[in-house]
Design a protein around this ligand. Sequence first.
Ligand SMILES: Nc1ncnc2c1ncn2[C@@H]1O[C@H](COP(=O)(O)OP(=O)(O)OP(=O)(O)O)[C@@H](O)[C@H]1O
Ligand SMILES: [Mg+2]
Length: 138
Amino acid sequence: MREIKTTSVAETEAFAEDFAKTLKAKDVLAFFGEMGAGKTAFVRGLAKGLGITENISSPTFAIVNDYGALAHFDMYRIETWEDLYSTGFFDCIDQGKILAVEWSENIENALPENAIRITITKGEGENDRTITIEGETE
Ligand SMILES: Nc1ncnc2c1ncn2[C@@H]1O[C@H](COP(=O)(O)OP(=O)(O)OP(=O)(O)O)[C@@H](O)[C@H]1O
Ligand SMILES: [Mg+2]
């Protein structure tokens, strides 16, 4: 397990950009953490690190934004296995994409065993965040 503390959104994005370079196809990044924790901010940095130039927006309503090598999910509204199947989650895994999955709390039972778990929690100051990373394959 690894723990990183950041004190700005830019710092979180920069860390994620760097972290992206350690990833390979089929990695599933499972994000945990409350609303406004910084999950989407992390994915924005991740995408940059993977060379994706599109704007990264929250897929809260779309459920999934597919950037090719990276698929970005927001499982906030997912309640059943049927919901989950219809998002294309399992198809994206089969296609060997890197997955970034916000609100993994909601699909805990469907996460692959080797998922990399990233938990973001708020700290004392408004811009303080603690990021813990478990299950890295490096
Ligand atoms: N150190 C930090 N790291 C990341 N975000 C930060 C930090 N400090 C402040 N912020 C702010 O916190 C917010 C994080 O928003 P973001 O959309 O990334 O959260 P989220 O976890 O994806 O929320 P949701 O569950 O609603 O999707 C942004 O407004 C960002 O500017
Ligand atoms: Mg988000």
